[in-house]
Design a protein around this ligand. Structure first.
Ligand SMILES: [Ca+2]
Ligand SMILES: [Ca+2]
Length: 282
């Protein structure tokens, strides 16, 4: 294990357009990823989307809406969005399948201990105003946003309050909200950083130079380039890694991946791993 490869070192990921950080409006634009604890986060304030479309925007970047299971992560996210103008942000939880049963976008159930619903605004009379969730208060509220602005009824009139930090609110999934937060895992492929990743489809393929995995070849053919070799591997359901020789153009499709210590030295070959890159293979 010699280096950590972040997606930003991957050539094809450098196409991210960093439009600008904070513009004159104070809104964050473009895919500006912030690193925290082996993940990267993008906080997109505009344009506005429904929960589902916001989620698809994240997926288009190899990410998904953020999952918040720990206090550490919650504190990190809340501290970032506290410095923005946006008062609400989509995150990756919904109960649209079964009312009251919240599911994260990775399919896991939201545990009660993970809930961070707004506890209600107490103006001193012991009444908890705008306590969340309130699924029936205004249509169907099935998607979770982080919200900083809640309401209290004063003398019969609802008044808006900005509270101490963002909390969960169940919201109408079709509402076009102010922002959304995407998250993706940082690739740690186990090779030297310079050999860490070449991006093929949505998979990062890791290269170990001058190495070869022996004894697991499914198929051997000639390929003009490593791209052709890797593409052939992707088409073969059992292919997990390849050995490729630039000089002889031999492309060996392997049925296994190596643990990285188990590779043989080879002057002619390089070893390319389709799986052990911590990225979801397509
Ligand atoms: Ca609901
Ligand atoms: Ca609500």
């Amino acid at each position: 294990m010699t280096g950590i490869c972040t997606p930003r070192t991957v050539v094809f990921q450098l196409v991210f357009v960093f439009l600008h950080g904070h513009g004159s409006s104070g809104e964050v634009s473009g895919w500006n990823w912030i690193e925290h604890d082996s993940h990267e986060y993008a906080f997109i304030e505009s344009p506005v989307y429904t929960w589902e479309v916001a989620r698809q925007k994240c997926i288009s970047q190899g990410a998904d809406l953020v999952i918040v299971k720990t206090v550490d992560k919650r504190d990190f996210i809340v501290s970032v969005i506290n410095d923005t103008n946006s008062k609400s942000w989509w995150i990756g939880a919904t109960d649209r399948e079964n009312e009251g049963q919240y599911i994260w976008v990775d399919g896991s159930t939201v545990q009660e201990k993970e809930f961070d619903f707004f506890p209600g605004l107490d103006l001193g009379d012991g009444v908890l105003n705008d306590k969340q969730p309130n699924p029936l208060s205004a249509g169907k509220q099935d998607c979770i946003e982080l919200l900083k602005q809640f309401y209290a009824i004063e003398a019969g009139i609802p008044k808006s309050y900005t509270v101490d930090r963002h909390y969960w609110n169940d919201q109408d999934c079709t509402a076009k909200k102010i922002g959304y937060i995407c998250e993706k895992k940082i690739s740690n492929c186990g090779f030297d950083e310079k050999d860490c990743g070449t991006h093929y489809r949505s998979t990062v393929v890791c290269k170990s130079p001058h190495k070869r995995l022996i004894g697991n070849a499914l198929w051997v053919e000639r390929a003009q380039s490593i791209t052709t070799c890797v593409t052939t591997c992707f088409k073969h359901p059992q292919c997990k890694s390849v050995n490729f020789s630039k000089s002889t153009k031999l492309c060996e499709l392997n049925s296994k991946t190596s643990n990285y210590d188990g590779l043989d030295e080879s002057d002619n070959f390089s070893y390319w791993d389709m799986e052990n890159c911590d990225f979801n293979a397509s």
